[in-house]
Design a protein around this ligand. Structure first.
Ligand code: NAP
Length: 523
């Protein structure tokens, strides 16, 4: 049976795309769930509507008033939370715990920005730094300010976070006073569409402040104008298309890219197999490999341990992975669900075959079979690979397998470990496991230039830490080089992307008047 098309909310009204649409599937059962189409939408009309109607209405509000809207959105999402978990089970194939990372992570992030925004009060612009005297007479001064950009924020998102991926971007955009148009990845668009539908139906936001387009991305980049911004999350290949689009290269549309990443975990050189640092690394590696079946941009892909503990690490990780039951997320005994689609399964298996040209299999959960899911489903068991010669490897430092796969590598000197970690060409996150604060500090400095985040774990934070792959709104998300060069979150730093900085040069009296409408960010 052909399911109905999910309606798009665009130009202030619900609009169904033309044609048969593209089907969305249950990755475990293979059944069709819904269809999406953006064919026939008048993109110029919808973008103009968001810019003029949504943008003007949002900018008329203060930061505190917009923060209140975020709070209301979080409440609405909380009300419909059960329905979102059902959609995630059906469309993403995730167990409840993993769906929670996406759904509860979104609600938490909205709540965080609601609170941060409330503290900015009734201001409508940001005072950026101190006033600086520009002449001998102090009457002529300059004050940098940041004001919301008078355009739209177009979000083009990846399939793995249909909920959090929307709201971690939308929270700072809406708080800044910038209207949002979200284009979710087709494979999992249902959850994004449903959340937008609930928020629109609740009548929280000014009309035009939030739009959703499900289906093809064709024409979206062409609709952008100079004061718009685009925030993309997805593969390096699509990122290249976005970067090279005329909107970015000629119109200077501000562009944020979150792309793929070969994230690492590093065990300190003096750690033994009996040390707490060793256990912390093993636990985190197993968690990272299996949460969302490894479909997290931040997941650990490469594990660096001192050569003396290589075999012990392989055995400990394998023993823990063996406890991970894989299969249908509806079965309460299942700990890890499916990959999101047949395309992703094919991509993971192809990537795994590539990695195997340079690594041996240390553990493969395939032999244990799947619970309530057959081999034709999108389930893939965790696989730990290893090589004893990582310095001469190429593929292992270059290919991101977006699934439950990681490679263990021994190092002979810390310098070698840093050099191999850097061969990821810029990553989102590296975690360091150490009981020596001096080493942790030195490693953090060494790794900071090639990572958006260094997750430094020692026994005193063992029970508290937020996890290698968990993106928290108060910390930066993004990374240099291959990771896309983007920056998201990081508390109120996220507002920078949606504001324009300008230096106002004028009399101290005029700057006094300006200051009454502004607030300095408490960074
Ligand atoms: P993708 O294939 O690049 O798709 C990402 C988004 O781009 C989708 O919405 C897709 O729409 C859209 N798209 C495809 N072609 C486009 C074009 N020519 N112009 C404009 N938009 C286009 O990536 P994915 O497979 O969904 O995501 C997996 C990748 O994302 C992995 O490499 C992962 O590392 C990365 N990722 C990174 C982060 C991060 O924060 N750094 C987070 C999550 C994922 P359709 O779905 O309709 O094709």
């Amino acid at each position: 049976m052909t399911r109905s098309l999910l309606p798009n909310f665009f130009a202030g009204r619900w609009q169904t795309g033309a044609g048969e649409g593209t089907p969305l599937f249950d990755p475990v059962l293979g059944t069709e769930l819904a269809r999406v189409s953006s064919a026939g939408l008048d993109l110029a009309e919808g973008f103009a509507f968001a810019r003029t109607q949504g943008g003007a209405a949002l900018r008329a509000l203060s930061y505190a008033q917009r923060a209140q809207l975020l709070s209301q959105i979080a409440e609405v999402l909380q009300t419909h939370r059960d329905a979102y978990f059902d959609i995630a089970t059906a469309n993403s194939g995730t167990v409840a715990k993993d769906s929670g990372v996406d759904i509860d992570g979104a609600i938490f992030t909205l709540g965080y920005y609601a609170k941060q925004g409330a503290a900015l009060g009734e201001a409508k612009l940001i005072l950026d730094g101190q006033r600086i005297r520009m002449a001998k007479d102090p009457v002529f001064q300059t004050q940098h300010i940041q004001v919301p950009t008078q355009g739209v924020a177009l979000f083009i998102n990846a399939f793995n976070f249909p909920s959090w991926g929307l709201w971690e971007k939308a929270a700072p955009a809406l708080l800044s006073g910038v209207p949002v148009i979200i284009k979710p990845a087709t494979a999992t668009a249902w959850l994004t569409q449903r959340m937008v539908q609930d928020v629109v139906n609740a009548g929280i936001l000014p009309v035009g402040a939030l739009s959703v387009i499900c289906g093809s991305s064709a024409g979206l980049m062409d609709a952008l104008q100079p004061f718009d911004v685009v925030s993309f999350t997805g593969s390096a290949e699509t990122a290249k298309i976005i970067r090279n689009h005329r909107a970015v290269s000629e119109l200077s549309v501000r562009c944020n890219i979150e792309a793929d990443s070969l994230n690492s975990a590093l065990l300190a050189p003096n750690a033994t197999a009996e040390s707490e640092a060793f256990t912390l690394l093993v636990n985190e590696v197993c968690r990272e490999m299996t949460v969302k079946s490894g479909q997290k941009c931040t997941a650990i892909r490469r594990i660096f341990v001192p050569r003396a503990v290589y075999s012990a690490a392989a055995a400990a990780i394998a023993a823990k992975l063996a406890k991970t039951t894989v299969g249908n997320p509806r079965n309460a005994s299942v700990r890890m669900g499916a990959l999101v689609s047949q395309e992703q399964k094919a991509s993971v298996l192809a990537g795994l075959a590539q990695l195997k040209t340079e690594a041996t299999v240390l553990y493969d959960g395939q032999a244990a079979g799947f619970l309530d899911a057959d081999a034709a489903s999108c389930c893939v068991a965790p696989v730990l690979l290893g090589t004893e010669q990582p310095m001469t490897a190429h593929v292992l430092h270059a290919v991101e397998v977006f699934g439950p796969v990681a490679t263990l590598m021994p190092y002979d000197s810390v310098a070698d470990a840093y050099a191999m970690i850097r061969r990821g060409d810029g990553s989102l996150v590296c975690s360091v496991y150490s009981e020596d604060p001096a080493f942790t500090a030195q490693a953090s400095i060494e790794l900071a230039s090639s990572h958006g985040r260094v997750h430094a774990i020692s026994p005193d934070v063992a029970a508290l830490h937020s996890g290698h792959g968990n993106v928290m709104p108060m910390s930066l998300h993004g990374g240099p080089g291959r990771a896309g060069g983007g920056e998201e979150l990081g508390g109120l730093r996220a507002l920078n992307f949606y504001h324009r900085r300008s230096a106002v040069q004028g009399s101290a009296v005029a700057l006094d008047a300006l200051a009454t409408q502004g607030v300095a960010l408490p960074l």
